[in-house]
Design a protein around this ligand. Structure first.
Ligand code: HEM
Length: 165
């Protein structure tokens, strides 16, 4: 009869499984070093305060980003692309990016769009799904349609960097 494996075997070691160590204070998985710059956000911010106001300031932007990330991770069309990626970091960096672009008083400290999406294999249809989820999140927050479209117009030129095929 087959014997149960000995308790002393470290299976992670046997199969070279690397455990991800999250930063205890931020809850994020550390990244390789990169140059931080607002230019990494990939768009020039709006001028004045009207766009930030239409998005409900930083509080509104925070709620939109939280809902947007929830929708993307739960969306069967694209969930597999997001699975296993650092959701904690994504919530923070996406908030910073939108807050920066909307001129709501933030700096963007994340990576540029090309390097953060390299190797994900996302396609045009995946981007469409992401945009639909963002529209849903903005709609739920009561962002006027024209203001939604002005933000989307800032994101549209990023297409070549976030989509591979
Ligand atoms: C214009 C549209 C998009 C914007 C503005 C955007 C924005 C961002 C930002 C700010 C980050 C974090 C960068 C960092 O960690 O330093 C990120 C990461 C990520 N994005 Fe996007 N994104 C877009 C489109 C997409 C699409 C279409 C997909 C796939 C369906 C996608 C999937 C991901 C994933 C999986 C990560 C995490 C990558 C990692 O953990 O290394 N994104 N995105």
């Amino acid at each position: 009869m087959q014997q149960p494996p000995a308790d002393t075997i470290d299976w992670d070691e046997e199969f070279s499984v690397e455990t991800v160590e999250r930063d205890p204070s931020t809850g994020e998985v550390p990244t390789d070093p990169y140059d931080q710059s607002n230019a990494n956000a990939g768009a020039v911010p709006f001028e004045g305060e009207s766009m930030a106001a239409r998005f409900g300031g930083q509080d509104g932007i925070r709620r939109i980003v939280e809902r947007f990330v929830d929708l993307n991770f739960a969306d069967p069309r694209i969930a597999a692309i997001f699975e296993g990626h650092d959701e904690v970091r994504l919530r923070r960096t996406l908030f910073e990016q939108f807050c920066y672009i909307l001129n709501a008083g933030c700096d963007y400290t994340g990576r540029d769009m090309r390097s953060s999406h390299e190797g994900l294999g996302s396609r045009k249809a995946d981007l469409n799904a992401v945009v639909e989820n963002l529209q849903q999140a903005m709609h739920e927050e009561g962002v006027p349609f024209a203001a939604q479209n002005r933000l989307l117009a800032k994101l549209a030129p990023m297409k070549g960097d976030v989509v591979e095929r």
